[in-house]
Design a protein around this ligand. Structure first.
Ligand SMILES: NC(=O)c1ccc[n+]([C@@H]2O[C@H](COP(=O)([O-])OP(=O)(O)OC[C@H]3O[C@@H](n4cnc5c(N)ncnc54)[C@H](OP(=O)(O)O)[C@@H]3O)[C@@H](O)[C@H]2O)c1
Length: 329
């Protein structure tokens, strides 16, 4: 396993990590979660990702139970949670969502209790909240760090301008600035990582723990001929996600990528994941899995990485036709 430093911080994350969105509680039970987290940990993964909203709090509870049972040294892994969406679903009242001091502090305390831990290594603002002054957000995250409840804080799906605004406030009041961002990044979703954040990487440094490297499973090619039983894009309630990925143009590009993967003698899944970690601005690519065979397959990305020569990367870019172009004029 390769470990990369999270931005300009001293924290090291495994380049592959493991998350629980959709899977924990909705698709898998404690015993499968235990099996998958054990494989991940034994293979060198040291970062487990979670959020208050995943399965409305049940995902954190499940991960907390597994971690308790395993009894791994708490210093050997990095644990995260995120706040913004709340965990009561349609029952969320004012102050039970968003980035106010009240919600960020309460959500942090709730996450600690559900995960059965004394501190979160990473705590993310799951989305920007334009209704809350950025000073309130930065002061709150700084104070949570001072209280020892959080070690590093980050953002998720913020724009570069929003991240830089948080840095400006942190600098103004000598507070701790966000260390990391958690954006979506995969072959079909490149703008933030390859264009918007470039000045942030250069000017203040930024770690990234990227999500949906397989576009929710689409990039494995498993949806080329319909919807396999129980898989995410066929699940009730995930029609919005299916519509995002199952599109004719994407399908035809995926077929060409699949041919390239066959030529390289690797699976499409491992190629797509390797492609994300080829980007040096990716600190860690968060994997999701419902079965151990998936996780095993996805680990092969580490072997595929050295196959991604400049020539292969250009061929992938040619197929995708979506490489962001920096306008430096
Ligand atoms: N910050 C955010 O806003 C945000 C948003 C989303 C996710 N995340 C984080 O990122 C993590 C990863 O995201 P993701 O789950 O969307 O990642 P992903 O890798 O794009 O999708 C994972 C899903 O694809 C399928 N799959 C994985 N490997 C496969 C294989 N080798 N062959 C066939 N199918 C395979 C499985 O679903 P099926 O078995 O159901 O097909 C699996 O659950 C999440 O757990 C969460 O921690 C963060």
């Amino acid at each position: 396993m390769e470990y990369r430093r999270l931005g300009r911080s001293g924290l090291q994350l495994s380049v592959l990590s493991f998350g629980s969105w959709v899977t924990f509680h909705k698709q898998i039970d404690d015993s499968i979660a235990d099996e998958l987290m054990s494989i991940a940990y034994d293979r060198g993964i040291n970062f487990f990702d979670n959020a208050e909203t995943y399965a409305l709090g049940e995902s954190e509870k499940m991960m907390g139970r597994v971690l308790q049972k395993k009894g791994w040294d708490r210093t050997s892994y990095v644990l995260s949670s995120k706040a913004y969406f709340g965990w009561r679903g349609k029952g969320n009242k004012p102050n039970q969502t968003g980035l106010s001091r009240k919600h960020l502090v309460e959500a942090c305390n709730e996450a600690l209790s559900r995960l059965q831990t004394d501190y979160l290594d990473l705590y993310f603002c799951h989305r920007p909240d334009p209704t809350v002054p950025i000073e309130e957000v930065v002061w709150t995250m700084h104070n949570l760090i001072q209280q020892g409840k959080v070690l590093y804080w980050g953002t998720s799906q913020w724009s570069a301008a929003e991240i830089m605004e948080a840095h400006r406030v942190a600098q103004q009041y000598c507070l701790i600035a966000p260390t990391t961002e958690q954006p979506q990044y995969n072959m079909f979703e490149r703008f933030k990582m390859e264009q918007d954040y470039i000045p942030v990487f250069q000017n203040v440094g930024l770690g990234t723990t990227i999500w949906s490297p397989l576009a929710a499973g689409f990039l494995t090619g498993k949806y080329n001929d319909g919807f396999p039983e129980g898989s995410r894009l066929g699940m009730k309630g995930f029609e919005w996600l299916r519509d995002r990925w199952i599109q004719e143009e994407k399908m035809s590009k995926l077929k060409k990528l699949d041919e390239l993967s066959k030529e390289l003698n690797v699976s499409m899944a491992s190629l797509a994941i390797a492609w994300t970690i080829h980007n040096p601005n990716v600190t860690s690519t968060i994997l999701g899995a419902t079965r151990k065979e998936q996780l095993e397959e996805n680990f092969k990305a580490l072997d595929v990485l050295p196959l991604l020569t400049t020539e292969i990367m250009s061929r992938i870019d040619e197929i995708l036709g979506n490489k962001p172009v920096m306008d430096l004029s």
